[in-house]
Write a protein that binds this ligand. Structure first.
Ligand SMILES: C[S@@+](CC[C@H](N)C(=O)[O-])C[C@H]1O[C@@H](n2cnc3c(N)ncnc32)[C@H](O)[C@@H]1O
Ligand SMILES: Nc1nc2[nH]cc(C(=O)O)c2c(=O)[nH]1
Ligand code: SF4
Ligand SMILES: [Mg+2]
Length: 221
């Protein structure tokens, strides 16, 4: 069983898979507490907010309602909804609070590809084929050993920034971990003009990439 906050089909709006039709599976629960988090409704897993799967699918606005769902139920739902996307983005909340191997293996067996969005604060339990996007939450939780193994497993790094300090922290983390990722994205926090300008300048200077949360500019999920 996985606690699910919402499921929807959309266009991936961040990092390497930007533009890819995707089914998003947003898991409930995150103890990390980033001040600028855009999905705070996923933090709590209190039973008070437990509902049926159908209610999480019908959501018109963000809410803390969540449902317990099996992999088989999820696959049946994708068919029932007529979703065409073959790329599944597992996000949250913090999806790596869960063992994602059964979920990803079930999805792969049904012909889907998988991507996981994680903060690197929990051990990443996914099959080798899963694309892992690490958005490292530095000094937040989980400790250095966990974050280091996440940095080593990452297929891409996506780092939200608003000020130079955030860039410095990322560089220090990569140096300490001894990793030089091929794909490093800077993502301006909350479409702020100053953050966007800084991200553009740093990307040019360091030959990194920009990720601008395209879905927010389009006003879609
Ligand atoms: C909501 S998080 C969920 C997955 C996981 N907990 C994580 O932090 O990677 C998905 C992505 O959105 C980023 N994010 C969250 N709030 C943001 C904001 N206000 N502006 C830009 N990116 C944000 C996170 O850093 C992460 O890359
Ligand atoms: N379109 C779209 N792309 C996304 N990429 C990462 C998202 C997330 O919330 O993890 C997200 C999201 O919520 N919507
Ligand atoms: S780790 Fe991800 S979901 Fe959790 S508070 Fe930070 S951005 Fe939000
Ligand atoms: Mg989002």
């Amino acid at each position: 069983m996985y606690k699910i906050n919402e499921i929807f089909e959309t266009i991936q709006g961040e990092a390497s898979f930007t533009g890819m039709p995707s089914i998003f599976v947003r898991l409930q629960g995150c103890p990390v507490g980033c001040a600028w988090c855009d999905t705070k409704q996923t933090w709590e897993t209190s039973d008070t907010y437990k509902v049926d799967l159908q209610k999480t699918v019908e959501k018109k606005a963000d809410s803390e309602l969540w449902a317990d769902v099996t992999v088989a139920q999820l696959l049946a739902l994708f068919v029932e909804k007529g979703y065409q996307a073959k790329h599944i983005v597992i996000t949250g909340g913090e999806p790596c609070m869960y063992d994602l191997v059964p979920l990803c293996e079930g999805l792969h067996a049904a012909g889907y590809g998988t991507q996981v969005e994680t903060s690197g604060t929990f051990e990443i339990k996914v099959p080798a084929e899963t694309w892992v996007t690490v958005s490292p939450k530095i000094n937040m939780r989980g400790g250095y050993a966990v974050l280091k193994s996440a940095m080593q497993r990452a297929n891409e790094i996506k780092h939200p920034i608003a000020m130079q300090r955030h860039v410095d922290e990322l560089e220090q983390l990569m140096a300490e971990c001894g990793v030089t990722p091929k794909l490093i994205y800077l993502q301006p926090i909350s479409q702020k003009a100053k953050a966007t300008q800084l991200a553009i300048e740093v990307c040019k200077a360091k030959n990194w990439r920009l990720s601008v949360q395209v879905h927010k500019y389009l006003g879609i999920n």
